[in-house]
Structure formats: structure tokens, C-alpha cells
Design a protein around this ligand. Sequence first.
Ligand SMILES: [Zn+2]
Length: 317
Amino acid sequence: MNRVAPGKISKAKALCTVDRIARHRVRQIALSIWVAALAAWLALSPIPASASQAVNLSAAIPDVASIAAWDPSALPLPDASSRAEPEPKIPAKDYLPDLRTLPMTELRLQLLPGGWRFIRLANTIWNSGQGPLELIGELNADTEQTRVHQQIYTSTDSQRRILVGEFVWHPTHDHWHMGQFTLYELWALNPDLSLGSIVASSDKLSYCAMDTDPVDLGHPRFSLRRGYVGCGQYKQGLSVGWGDTYQSFLDGQSLDVTGLPDGYYALISAVNPDGLILEENYANNAARAYLELRGDRMTVVTLKHIKMTQCDESLCK
Ligand SMILES: [Zn+2]
């Protein structure tokens, strides 16, 4: 048996100890290499997103000088074409005429043989509306009638037409007229001087509508250029701000007052009496004059004059 002296390490045991030490060192070296490799991998790896954003946000924070110089108008405008909402559609607005009658002029009493008496008058109709009065004639060859449409202009540059009557041939004026265009009436007065009853009427008169007299040169839509210049069969009208005067000597500019008793009367002239023509306002179509008839004389008077001479205090206020 191979024995080892005390205090000495056997050869086999010494070799085992050396082997353990060598293996321990190898493990230490391997661990060091692994730690170094891990550190290198971490250094080369990309930064997580949250960390990257944090870095960028901190870099984007402006300093005080940048805030003071910030101009909101310099921001880019939103792209209009990207809006989903369509533009609201605005309905077309009609540019209508507004027919009115000026105070009558050339008022006189005409005396004829046989005791006939006629009130004669000059009459001016004019257009104060936003659009022209335009009348378009259309001949029907079968009936030989000329139907008339009113042409209405609109805010969208479109036009539309409505049927409003007929053009008729006037044998003594020798041109075409729009039928049922005006009306002259003479009214007796009630005791309180309100309108009583009709004592003379022209019935509805035809009229050629054309620009003969500039009336409202200050109208925003007035033009010095005359838009309607003839009494033809296919087109007549009144431009904005223009009027048409029929003088007192013309056929039809009269009312028969033969045999009418002396007294005070109201003479009324109205355009578009049946409201066939479309216009802005029908309440301003008439003009009124007060007359005093005494034998062969006629005088234009005021309502105040009639009140002073005729009116009972209890009736006139
Ligand atoms: Zn005429």
C-alpha cells in the first residue's frame, strides 16, 4: 500500500487542486468576456421609442426669445379643398320692377261743342324697382294674338318668364300697346272726404312702355343708357329709374265728365291695376289729385283746402 507521510500532500491530491484552480480561472475569464460582450451589445442597440420622443421633445422646447417672436398668422392655412362640408346653395333672388305713378300734370278741362266736358291729364309711369320691367311679345300665327311674357332677371344671372297679358294694336297711336296697363278714375267724396263712389272711369287702358324720361338718376341701378326705346310687338319695357309719359293731348288721356255736378272730386291714376305684372310693391302704384269743378272751370286743390271750405268739424279730423 502506497502511504503518504503526514504533513505532505499526495501527488494525486496536489494534481486535483491544480486542476480546480485552472478551471476556476477559465470560468472567470469566460464571465468577463460575456459581460464585455453584453455591454457592447447594449451600447449598439437602438434607443426605445419612448426614450427617443423624450429626447426630441426636450430639444423642441423653444426658448423665451422664440416664444416672443412667434407669429400665429405665419401658420399654414388649412387646405380648403379638404373640407368635407359643401358650400350652402343660396337661392336666386328676383330683381323685380316696382311700378309707380307720378303726380298727374297738364290737368285741364276740355270743353267741346254740344256741352261735352272732358278732364285731360298727362301721366307718367316709372320703375323704382331693383330690376327692369321687360315685356316679351310672342305672336301666335293661328290666333293672330301676341301673348306677352314678363322677363324676370335674377341674382344668379338666370331669367324666367311669366305670362302677363297681350300686346294690342292701337289704331290712333299707330303702335303696339300692353293691354290693361293703367286706369284713370274720378271719385266723388264722402262727407268725411274719404273716397265715395266712382263717377267717371277710363276703364283699363293699354300703354306702350318705353324709356322716355329719366326719373330717379340717384337709383343705384340707374343707367343713362335707355334700355327700351320702341313700341314694337316683340319687346317693350321700363329700365330702372326711367319713366314713360303720355301727354294730355294723346288719345285716351281724358275722362268724360259731361253733366257732372259741381263739387270736389278725387282723380286717381293707377298702373298695373289688376296686379298681372309681377313687381316689388303694389301699394305704391297710384297717384291722386283733388279737383274742384265749377261750371266750365276746373281747379286743382289740396285736401287741406277742401277741409277748410267744406268739412264738418265732427267729420274731418
Ligand atoms: Zn301709345
